[in-house]
Each structure stands twice: as C-alpha cells, then as structure tokens.
Design a protein around this ligand. Structure first.
Ligand SMILES: C[S@@+](CC[C@H](N)C(=O)[O-])C[C@H]1O[C@@H](n2cnc3c(N)ncnc32)[C@H](O)[C@@H]1O
Length: 375
C-alpha cells in the first residue's frame, strides 16, 4: 500500500481485505496508530461483526479452555490476541474477574460488545481494563483509564484464583502483565512433579508460581529470587496461602539482581537439585538479540555452577527472537564450556490457553534436563 492510499479512517473502523481476484479475504479492525494496519478478526465467508460475532468468539475460546476448570485451574487466558481473532487484545480470567489488556486503540470502539459477551458467561462477575503504555494517552481521550472496572463491583485488592488446585492472588491493577504469568502453568506443574525431596532455586521467581508448585511437590527447601520486592512479598504470601501443602518446605527469599545473587550463592558453595531460570524477555527488539543471547548463556553457566551432579536445569526464554534452536544452542555452548552434559532433555512451550497459529506466536520455550558434571 502506498502512503497516499492510506485511508483517513478512525482506528477501530471495520476494514475489509480483498484478494487479488477482488474476492473477500478477511475483515478486521483498522488500526491507524500501528504499523499493523489491520487487526484481522475473521477470514473465510463474509460475516457481520455484531454482538453475535463477539458472543461466538468468546464462547468458542471458552470451549477450548474447558478442561482447565475441571483440573482445578480458574486462572487462564481466555482471548489470546490473533490466535482467537482478537489481535491487539488479550483477556485473562482470574476466577470471576476478567482482565482485558488493550495493545491497540482499534479496540476502544468495540469494548462494549466484547464485555457484554464475556459477562454473559455465568463465571464472570467483573471486567477490568488494563492499557499498554502505547495506548494510554489515546485511551484518556475516550475516558478510559488503566485499571478501570468496566463491569461489576470495584476491586478491593488482589483477586484469588486457582492453578492446579493451588491458590494464588493476582494483583490485576498493579501487577506485571495482567497480574500473573499464566503462560508457564504447565511448566510450573512439571517442576512441582520433579520436586519431591529437592532443594530448589527459583530465579526470576516473580510472585512465586514455580516456588509454590515446588514446595507443594515436596521440595525440602525453595529459594525465590527476584529484583522486585513487591513480587517477593507476594511469593511469601502465596506460600502461606497454601501452607497446608507447602509447610514442609523451608522458604528463603532474596530481593536482588539474579546474576549477582546466583554468583554470590556459588561463591558461598551453595548447591541445588533444581534450578529454575525464567527471565524476562531480553530481546523485545531485533537489535537486542545478540545481547540477549549472551545474557541467557551467562544465566546457564551460573545455573550449572549451582546444580548438583544429576540436578535438573529448567531454563526458559519468553522471546520469540530467542526461540527453541537458539536456546538449545545457548545451553549446549554453556555445557561445553563447563565440560558438562545434559540427559533426559525436554523442550516445552505454553499451555492450551495460549494457542499458536503463526510462527511468531510461539514465544515461550523452556529447555529442561539433568546435568552431569565432568568427574
Ligand atoms: C517472566 S517473569 C518471571 C515469571 C515467574 N517465573 C512466574 O512463574 O510467575 C520475569 C521476572 O524477572 C524479574 N527480573 C527482571 N530483571 C531481573 C534481574 N536482573 N534480576 C532478578 N529478577 C529480575 C521481574 O521482576 C519478573 O518478576
């Protein structure tokens, strides 16, 4: 499209995409403020974008996540952007509270029917909106503020929900993302399953998801490390909230820079049976990739220094710019540098509530295995 042909339409206008034969290809939302000009809502036969469209989008997505409630999980991603026909919008459910996160101004004009569709589900009693920094200013012009409750009673604090029958509190207004990193749920369960009798180090623990699963899985001790003090406070509260299943585990916490804390632990001669390394995305732009790879490599080396012989490494990347092949290469290079090897390898991604429908949508990779040091 040449610059001259860009329509002068407000964000959120419906945009119809035609194929080369002038046939209907897709319908989407015009996004005047983004390099992604059209957020595709629907492909195939033409369809009206009315209340019944949004009712269908919301109920189809809920059906795909139906097995989670039955497994004791009331915190899950309900609408995962493009994969659920809502590019630029995600919806996360924490029990009765749904948090809509807007990454595009195109959604302002369509919030009412989306909220109505969510509220027709009997599990929903509140809808909260969160705004990406890039849309905050434009949102104020239409009277929307970050953390506004669009439906239901005002919030009186964090919202309690279940993950695999364990209770957690999500701070849906001031917490990171929408209040919780829902995408690691399956991996947290894996770590819990490996933890019986283990001493576990949870680096970049945030609010303690991996830590609580490890303690509930029978870890003798868990050490949670994060740079954010409020996240560590929340991890301590989560541990207490589940004390019937975590009381047998000693919980230690450190607020600090992961690189420095791991180096200090190694200098003191500490060792662990499981080390979980779940850093933030170090490569949110292409030009950050090389630096990110060096940081991941350093983290692997630090983890190897702390793991017992036969101990388990769990290392994740949540950036699609450092994907499965890159993370495996990083870990293998660090193993070679330390003269160590990895057995029982596994590579894991996100759960069923984060469906992947295009290559860049696969943003979470976790590599695990048992570390064998050179004797
Ligand atoms: C992807 S989140 C971790 C999610 C967490 N493992 C979970 O399951 O909920 C990344 C975390 O890294 C923390 N963080 C960022 N930079 C850090 C650093 N240099 N040292 C320690 N923690 C850091 C952030 O505060 C955030 O809580």
């Amino acid at each position: 499209m040449t610059r001259a042909s860009i329509p002068d339409a407000p964000s959120g206008s419906l945009a119809v995409v035609f194929n080369d034969d002038r046939g209907f290809e897709a319908i989407g939302l015009w996004d005047a403020d983004s390099p992604i000009r059209v957020r595709v809502l629907h492909r195939g036969a033409p369809t009206p974008i009315d209340q019944s469209h949004w009712d269908h989008v919301v109920s189809r997505a809920a059906e795909g996540r139906g097995s989670l409630d039955a497994a004791g999980t009331t915190g899950w991603r309900w609408l995962h952007g493009e994969a659920d026909g809502t590019g630029g919008l995600v919806a996360d459910r924490y029990d009765g509270t749904v948090v809509l996160k807007l990454y595009s101004t195109a959604w302002f004009a369509h919030l009412r029917p989306v909220v109505a569709a969510l509220c027709s589900d009997p599990r929903v009693d509140r809808v909260v909106v969160r705004l990406a920094r890039t849309v905050t200013h434009a949102a104020a012009e239409v009277g929307l503020r970050d953390g506004d409750v669009l439906f239901g009673p005002p919030l009186s604090g964090p919202v309690r929900f279940l993950e695999d029958h364990l209770a957690f509190d999500a701070d849906v207004v001031d917490g990171q993302k929408t209040g919780w990193f829902l995408d690691q749920r399956d991996n947290r369960r894996r770590v819990g399953d490996w933890s019986a009798g283990a001493r576990v180090l949870d680096v970049f623990s945030c609010t303690g998801g991996f830590s609580v699963h490890a303690a509930a899985g029978g870890a003798t001790s868990v050490h949670s490390v994060d740079i954010a003090g409020p996240a560590i406070d929340a991890a301590q509260r989560s541990m207490a909230l589940n004390r019937d299943r975590t009381a047998g585990s000693e919980h230690r916490t450190t607020v600090g820079d992961a690189f420095e804390v791991m180096a200090a632990c190694a200098a003191r001669g500490e060792t662990y049976d499981i080390v979980v390394v779940d850093p933030p995305s170090f490569a949110s732009r292409d030009r950050d990739r090389d630096r990110a790879i060096r940081a991941y490599r350093k983290l692997t080396e630090l983890a190897l220094d702390l793991l017992t012989d036969g101990g388990r490494l769990f290392q994740a990347s949540c950036s699609s710019r450092v994907g499965e092949d890159d993370l495996i290469a990083v870990i293998d290079a660090a193993l070679r540098a330390r003269g160590a090897s990895l057995s029982d390898r596994g590579v894991h991604g996100h759960g069923i509530d984060h469906p992947v429908t295009f290559a860049e949508g696969h943003y979470l990779t976790a590599v695990t295995g048992l570390v064998h040091h050179r004797q």
